[in-house]
Each structure stands twice: as structure tokens, then as C-alpha cells.
Design a binder for this molecule. Structure first.
Ligand SMILES: [Fe+2]
Length: 302
């Protein structure tokens, strides 16, 4: 089961490198690193402005997303060009700040990651009416339909910027235990290895050309099905062990959300930055979901 690991901890004769490896190991075991007070600066002025940005519930996008690699903002229900530019500038600054902070805290990963999207989540999570697979209040592990990770890991950094309300999560078993319980025997089918022949060649070419819809590895296919399976499974949702966590205003927490099964029960106004962490930089690679699944399947999945 996932545990909360409070930081910063008192360091006695521990080098920054050792501390970084220790933090990475706690994350890779399926725990949440927790800072009661956000360990990086956010402009209070700009946060206040952001809190005034109400997204229409009918808006197509769940969140406002920022793509650091192309410096694009999407999903913003625009009021004025000036407001959009201000949100864009804030998200750019936020993303850069979190990248700098994460580079220092988790030094073994630095430079060996792909910086993925950042997001601002302005909707109240409790009671949202959305389709089953998009629901955050059902326990699941993350898998991105449009951005296959090819076995690399999904690390997310969250900050609750709500001035008064906690963000409430539940977590259950970590991925290794869920896989042991649900693969085979009426649950999920065994993962199958890379296909041979033209399909394999096509997959390689698509990967090189970054055509994501065609470049999905067997691992990505299986993880996306597992995400859907967990959300749709009454057996899992109704019988699994759960732990409730309340992340107070101004707190920050980090987790590998492909490992930590999680549900968001309530809360409004969170910021989040995602990283895709290279398998080659993990300190406990045998714990990675792709290695867990490869042991079960008996073949390579990427
Ligand atoms: Fe999630």
C-alpha cells in the first residue's frame, strides 16, 4: 500500500546525491513524497488571478494544459487575449520552476526525462458529471492514450493552490499487487509481446517519426486497457483496500501515477507538472510496471 513520505527530512551526513537516490527509491516503491509547504515560489498575485479563472463545466477540456516543449496553452475558455496571455505566462513560469525544483530533488532523473504537459485544474472534483473513463474519482493507474511512454514512467508533481480547501485523494494497492491480482483468470488478459513482421516494422518507423497512434508498444496497449478495466470494475472499486489522504492548501506532492493507484474525491484548483522518466535512470528498475508485466508475460513488451 502507498505511504506518505513527509519531506524535507533532517539530513545527517547525507550527500545531495544520496538524498536524491533515497527520494527516487521511495517514489519507485509506490509512495507519495509530501511537502506540507510548497518547496518552490509561486507569485501570490498570479495565483490569485488564476483562482479567478472559472472554466465552464461544459468546456470540452477537463483542464487547462501547458505544453512546455512547444510553449502552447490549450483548453482555456478564453475571456480576453490579455487574460489568456497572463495565464500562459504563469503556466510557463510554473512549469520552469517545477522542472528546476525536480532536477534538484530527484537528481538521478535529471536530464534523462521528457518534460510532458503541465496543467491547471480549476474544476471542483466532487460531483463532476463526466464519462466513466475520464472520471478522476474512480481508482486507477495512469496511462496516456495520446502519449505512449514505451515503458518509461509517469511522474507527476501536484500543488494545491486552493486557499482553504484540501485536495482529497484515495489510494489503494500499488501496480505490482494489482497486476498479481487481476492478470488472468477472468481479469485482464496476459500481455502479449511485440508482434513480428510488418506490424513490428511499422511500429518502429512510427516511433522514430513520433506518430503516437501507431507507435504504441504492447506495454502501452496493455496499460491503457488496464486503466479502463480498473475504472469499470465493480469488484475492484467496491472491494479494494483504500487509504484517504488530505493534501492541505499550499502543499505539494509527487508520485509515479502509473504505480500508485489513485482517485481524486474532492478539491478545486490544483497545478500539476508531468515528467516521463527514462527507464535507464530508475534506481529500482525491477519495480517498474513494464518489468513487472514482462515477468508475468515472459517476454519483452517494448
Ligand atoms: Fe490519474
Amino acid at each position: 500500500m502507498t505511504q506518505l513520505v513527509p519531506l524535507p527530512r533532517a539530513l545527517h551526513d547525507v550527500s545531495p546525491e544520496e538524498h536524491g537516490r533515497w527520494c527516487c527509491a521511495r517514489l519507485e516503491e509506490g509512495n507519495i513524497l509530501f511537502f506540507e509547504k510548497t518547496p518552490f515560489e509561486l507569485s501570490p498575485h498570479e495565483v490569485l488571478f488564476l483562482l479567478g479563472q472559472k472554466q465552464s463545466e461544459a468546456a470540452y477540456h477537463k483542464n487547462i494544459a501547458y505544453r512546455p516543449l512547444s510553449d502552447r496553452l490549450t483548453g482555456y475558455a478564453q475571456r480576453s487575449a490579455a487574460d489568456k496571455e497572463r495565464v500562459h505566462a504563469f503556466m510557463r513560469q510554473y512549469s520552469q520552476t517545477v522542472i528546476g525544483f525536480t532536477r534538484q530533488l530527484l537528481s538521478p532523473y535529471a536530464g534523462l526525462w521528457t518534460v510532458d504537459f503541465a496543467s491547471f485544474r480549476p474544476q471542483q472534483e466532487a460531483g463532476r458529471q463526466i464519462r466513466l473513463r475520464a472520471r478522476n474519482d474512480l481508482l486507477h493507474v495512469d496511462s496516456f492514450p495520446t502519449r505512449p511512454s514505451n515503458g518509461n514512467r509517469i511522474l507527476r508533481v501536484f500543488t494545491n493552490i486552493n486557499p482553504s480547501e484540501p485536495r482529497v485523494w484515495e489510494t489503494s494497492e500499488t501496480f505490482d499487487n494489482l497486476a498479481a491480482r487481476f492478470v488472468g483468470a477472468g481479469g485482464m488478459p496476459l500481455p502479449r509481446g511485440m508482434p513480428w513482421g510488418p506490424k513490428r516494422v511499422l511500429n518502429k518507423l512510427a516511433r522514430a517519426a513520433r506518430i503516437h497512434s501507431l507507435a504504441r508498444s504492447p506495454y502501452d496497449e496493455w496499460m491503457l486497457r488496464f486503466h479502463h478495466f480498473l475504472k469499470a470494475s465493480p469488484e475492484f472499486q467496491e472491494t479494494c483496500a483504500r487509504t484517504r489522504w488530505e493534501f492541505p492548501p499550499q502543499s505539494t506532492w509527487l508520485a509515479f501515477t502509473d504505480m500508485v493507484s489513485h482517485a481524486v474525491l474532492s478539491g478545486q484548483f490544483a497545478l500539476e507538472q508531468t515528467f516521463i522518466i527514462s527507464m535507464s535512470s530508475l534506481v529500482l528498475p525491477e519495480k517498474a510496471p513494464v518489468r513487472v508485466l514482462e515477468r508475468i508475460a515472459g517476454c519483452a513488451l517494448t
